[in-house]
Design a protein around this ligand. Structure first.
Ligand code: S3P
Length: 448
């Protein structure tokens, strides 16, 4: 645990009430900055997530030569260099905790002849980078990494890039996106295929910035995305919708605290991100959506959530990519449900900010919940009307979502739940404590 660790304790709270305005979507925020940095002209971003992960990406885009200026809360202006116009950064690029920021930026520079050094915190330096770096070699990029493909990584973009046909072997939107971004400066058309339907924000935003992108379904499921290289990206305005992965925390808190009623306005409802909402509805959650509308090519809506009696379900494995970041909080909801919840196809959770599967299982056990860990998933035995015992301390392993999930658990468990370090919450949801407190949640600092 770092010296600056910040333990927090969540205690049994009254029903939650009020408006939960969560911050901008993290995935879309990274992409808006990166595409803005590669476009010609001035990209105006509103609603940008101003959390550590995204601020590190802003800094990196600046280091490659784009102008990135904050104009006010969530309002940013990016003057890009044009595709292929990035220059060599003067210093090492530190992406902190962010897999998305670092992997997408590797792709974005891989077909421009510059060299950059990528590093990150203790969590990011344990995460596999070979999954991005190896396929980027197909474009002509070269790299040096630590044993096992770990950071720090030195990447040199291709001098004479070539277009590629590549099938992404795992269900990762980061790898897919890195390849699509690299394809932008490789002459000819690149084809990137994937068996799983992972989040498609890069494809959507590339089209909005004027790139020639097409998507074809594959006969056995999945799809092929084709991108025309030597693209000219033109600056646009991007209104970032609110993050469903952050909304998930107050939402589940409201579900498990009887009598709660909260409203979450302007949440992104892209179907490749809403797997948790679908699953919770199958569990009996009272979630209604109003005022569905379009925002910068993405679907958004206002959610109303009321305290609900939940029952265990089996999550269809094909839904996993649409809720890949939501398993920590789904496991918490499952602990309060009646009956078992079965989650499989979660192998990717082993390489997130922590081995998330192991961290969830350990956290549930610390709270007195029965759980079976599988190689690729888990079965959570819901505590039903008896309630979740609680009273444990959870190790967060530098993982923001483990910290937030188990704090939510403590709001409704019989005894409080403590997390050993809540500092990483600032990587994605700096307002978490204030927002939850505003709804009535009791979350307090502890002496440790
Ligand atoms: C993301 C993709 C997912 C997700 C991450 C954000 C993105 O990661 O877990 O939080 O913005 O592309 P993987 O690509 O590793 O699945």
């Amino acid at each position: 645990m770092p010296a600056s660790a910040r333990p927090l304790r969540a205690c049994r709270s009254p029903s939650l009430k009020g408006m939960a305005t969560v911050p901008g979507d993290k995935s879309i925020s990274h992409r808006a900055l990166i595409l803005g940095g590669m476009a010609l002209g001035e990209t105006l971003i509103t609603g940008l997530l101003e959390a550590e992960d995204v601020l590190n990406t802003a800094e990196a885009v600046r280091a490659f030569g784009a102008q990135v200026v904050r104009q006010g809360p969530g309002g940013w202006k990016v003057n890009g260099t044009g595709v292929g116009g990035w220059r060599r950064p003067e210093d090492v690029l530190d992406f902190g905790n962010s897999g998305t920021g670092s992997r997408l930026m590797m792709g974005a520079m891989a077909t421009t002849p510059v060299t950059a050094v990528f590093t990150g915190d203790d969590s990011l330096r344990k995460r596999p980078m070979g999954r991005v770096l190896e396929p980027l070699k197909l474009f002509g990029a070269e790299y040096e990494a630590q044993p096992g493909g770990l950071m720090p990584v030195t990447l040199t973009g291709a001098g004479q890039a070539i277009c590629v046909d590549y099938t992404v072997p795992m269900a990762s939107a980061q790898v897919k996106s890195a390849m699509l971004l690299a394809a932008l400066n490789a002459p000819g058309r690149s084809h990137i295929s994937q068996g799983a339907l992972t989040r498609d924000h890069t494809e959507r935003m590339l089209s909005a910035f004027g790139a020639e992108v097409s998507v074809e379904p594959l006969p056995g499921g999945g799809e092929t995305i084709s991108v025309m290289g030597e693209a000219e990206l033109k600056a646009v305005s991007v209104a970032v919708p609110r993050d469903p992965s952050s909304a998930a925390f107050p939402l589940v808190a409201a579900l498990i605290l009887p009598g709660s009623e909260i409203v979450l306005p302007g949440v992104l409802l892209n179907p490749r991100r809403t797997g948790l909402f679908e699953t919770l509805k199958e569990m009996g959650a009272d979630i209604s959506i109003a005022n569905e509308r379009d925002s910068s090519g993405e679907r958004v809506g206002d959610l109303t959530v009321r305290g609900s009696v939940l029952k265990g379900v089996e999550v269809p494995p094909e839904r996993v990519p649409a809720m890949i970041d939501e398993f920590p909080i789904l496991a918490v909801a499952a602990a309060f449900a009646e009956g078992p919840t079965v989650m499989r196809g979660l192998e990717e959770l082993r390489v997130k900010e922590s081995d998330r599967l192991a961290a969830i299982v350990a956290g549930l056990r610390a709270a007195g919940v029965t759980v079976q860990e599988l190689e690729d998933g888990m079965v959570v035995e819901g505590c039903g009307p008896g309630g979740v015992p609680g009273g444990g301390t959870v190790t967060t392993h530098l993982d923001h979502r483990i910290a937030m999930a188990f704090l939510v658990m403590g709001l409704a468990s019989r005894k409080p739940m403590t997390v050993d370090d809540a500092s990483m919450i600032a990587t994605s949801f700096p307002e978490f404590e204030t927002l939850m407190g505003g709804l009535g949640a009791i979350i307090e600092t502890t002496a440790g």
